[in-house]
Design a protein around this ligand. Sequence first.
Ligand SMILES: [Mg+2]
Length: 110
Amino acid sequence: MSLTIRRVQKYLKEKYKRTKPENMRNTQRYFLKLIEEVGELAEVIRKGKRMENNNIKGTIEEELSDVLYYVCMIANTYDIDLEDCFKMKEEFNRIRYGHTLRIDEIQEDD
Ligand SMILES: [Mg+2]
């Protein structure tokens, strides 16, 4: 089963409903966590730390996942569907910058 942004958001919503329901609407908390993770990402990018042998700890792969996690958490606090928003924003940019490729032209296995 492929992992979509929508599925990640749904998973995180369910996970927090079960474990920390009191934090589900705490946008400020997740925004600050996002900034922390962006800082960690900056450090591993500067150090050029890539994942090897499936060891994700302290790598660019780990910190990018953390950043995505908190972007999704912030979206969830507003009940924002990031897949819909991303499609809308890319269509806006396509027209604005004169690109020809539409996001719906891309197949999952491309
Ligand atoms: Mg991290």
